[in-house]
Design a protein around this ligand. Structure first.
Ligand code: ADP
Ligand code: MG
Length: 137
């Protein structure tokens, strides 16, 4: 079993897609091991996306991520990190494969409904960033 961090971003929450997104993950064999909803602070969002701090879109990305509440989830499945990335689809919804979350619901490269860890190293960092071990069921 492999853990990965999933976030339903403010656009997904605003579009009332929480249930739809969770249903996709559950139908694809994921177990939700932890979940919470919160509005990120600027400091939290900046720290979470520190790998992108030199990218030109960093400021706008942080503004977007704190524009409304998000749903944070620890998902668990065999090969969970890669499976989640496949189910999400490419960053740019125009490039995302048919049937993926981003192809179905995302509006732009930035407003793309979900986040998913991209490696074992980032999954470890990201799960620990938002959840203590006692919060993970
Ligand atoms: P992913 O979320 O698919 O792993 P990245 O890690 O490359 O994508 O980027 C993190 C997030 O930053 C994206 O999900 C998206 O919200 C935003 N982003 C990425 N690239 C761009 C871009 N070129 N313009 C605006 N926002 C972007
Ligand atoms: Mg990424």
């Amino acid at each position: 079993m492999q853990r990965t961090l999933s976030i339903i971003k403010p656009d997904g929450v605003g579009k009332k897609l929480i249930g739809e997104v969770i249903k996709v993950f559950e139908n694809k064999g994921f177990r939700i091991a932890a979940m919470k909803m919160k509005r990120l602070t600027r400091t939290e969002a900046e720290g979470f996306y520190y790998v992108h701090k030199e990218r030109p879109f960093f400021g706008e990305l942080v503004d977007f991520m704190i524009s409304g509440p998000v749903v944070l989830m620890v998902l668990e499945r065999e090969d969970g990190i890669a499976a989640n990335r496949e189910i999400m689809g490419a960053t740019d919804p125009a490039q995302a494969a048919e049937g993926t979350i981003r192809a179905k619901w995302a509006d732009s490269k930035q407003n793309n409904i979900v986040h998913g860890s991209d490696s074992e190293e980032s999954a470890r960092f990201e799960v620990g960033y938002f959840f203590s071990e006692t919060e993970i069921c």
